[in-house]
Design a protein around this ligand. Sequence first.
Ligand code: IMP
Length: 190
Amino acid sequence: MKLVFATNNPNKLSELQALVPQGIEILSLIDINCNEELPETNPTLEDNALQKAQYVYQNYGFNCFADDTGLEIEALGGAPGVYSARYAGQDCRAEDNMKKVLTKLEDEENRNAKFRTVIALIIKGEENLFEGECNGAITKTKSGVEGFGYDPIFTPEGCEITFAEMSKQKKGAISHRGRAVEKLVAFLNS
Ligand code: IMP
């Protein structure tokens, strides 16, 4: 089976390729000659994931899936949530986003947070959603160089190290995206 992963994020693509079993071939947007920025204009992860997958399905005709992820920080009332990518402003970098989070939590004891991922799958026009969560805590300082986004400041529950200090395989085994992909793969196998 061939499925397009509707993402322009090379980190997400390589995480996914490490998670799906042989027999499911993951194509990138480049593989289908899609060089566009995908629309992502909704206020929920669910609608954004669907919007990206629908865009690729309708304009390129491939069975595909897309994910949308948010970091929800308890002491910030669930922010940055669906706005995680641009938390520090339009065109900001991951460094800016992490700096903003660490500054906001400077004097905060409650560092509970969770990542939530929603994957939208479209096969022959039929839509399905899969969700994965990972609870954890925001660190006081950045640590590690692996992964992407907020990984250097997030320690998953039960771990002593951040996502950015883990291999792709270890992160995938416990991460929000890994859990959503598990459900996606179970669905594809059923
Ligand atoms: P999106 O799903 O690409 O819209 O991601 C929203 C924001 O969350 C971006 O800033 C990403 O870098 C960040 N993000 C998404 N997934 C992860 C992850 O697995 N670890 C850390 N940050 C992530």
